[in-house]
Design a protein around this ligand. Sequence first.
Ligand code: HEM
Length: 288
Amino acid sequence: MPDRKQAAEKNTEQSHVEGRYFMRFTQAQRTLHAILFTTFLGLAATGLPLRFSESIWARKFASVVGGFGAIIFIHKLCAVVLTLAFLIHVIDIFKRALVHHEKGIFWGATSMVPNWKDAKNLFGHFRWFLGLGPKPQFDRYAYWEKFDYWAVFWGMIVIGISGYAMWFAPFFAHFLPGWALNAVLVIHGEEGLLAILFIFSIHFVNTHLRPDSFPMDMVVFTGVESEEEFRSKRAQEYERLAVQGKLEARISEKPEPWLVNFCKVAGFAAILIGLVLLVLTLSAYFKE
Ligand code: HEM
């Protein structure tokens, strides 16, 4: 093991050159994330006025966009686009694992599946918060990134199935009793609110507002990060790629200024809309 460590240190030092950028997310992953966040914002912005249709802002919003019929239409349109993006993602995972036999999708350092090391990192992080130990080092995905991913994955299944059951209620009534169709409305509404609260508070804080990334982590928008960011945020991944001699393959161009500016505007707009929806959700919920 010391040999491996020494080789990693040597490789890491040799390969560290100021001003380099590394690819983290491919164009396809960034496109799917962009579709995910725009349709999610659309679903949240239309789901809330449906859920709190008596509130003044819901009625104002409805009168601006052409009535509650238009709101339902936009909600369903966003739902179909989001469902397609979700299916593309799931099919891609299975294709990479089963057809291309890509290693590390369901287990290991590059997998989204939580493992023992995530539990150790979680406890290590709390120890570090309390000043009782060193800051843990992370690999490709940190435990909170996996948590956010599975929260959305699970949420998509629950919200999607209940949403389509409401949409095509006469069809589902062939298999489900009447009470189940009523339950579906409650499940969809409450899970929708939970998703809005989760994404616009925990996900925003975890990803953008923590000190390492404040005020916004641009990597999911531009796809690349500087070498300094890579080494400080994902030291174990950097070291692992250096040992395997795969670091150079990830070197990428510095993002163009127009792209960075565009991503900043789009990202801040999304965060702002999200925070407004969060405030509306909380205020409407507590007034009920
Ligand atoms: C595949 C995804 C989805 C589908 C198919 C879907 C479908 C629907 C349908 C058919 C309705 C009822 C509209 C009506 O009143 O006629 C509805 C309501 C609603 N949706 Fe969705 N939706 C989806 C995703 C989401 C998401 C991601 C959210 C949250 C961000 C959300 C939040 C809501 C809320 C809060 C309501 C109002 C529920 C109530 O009245 O209590 N939906 N949805």
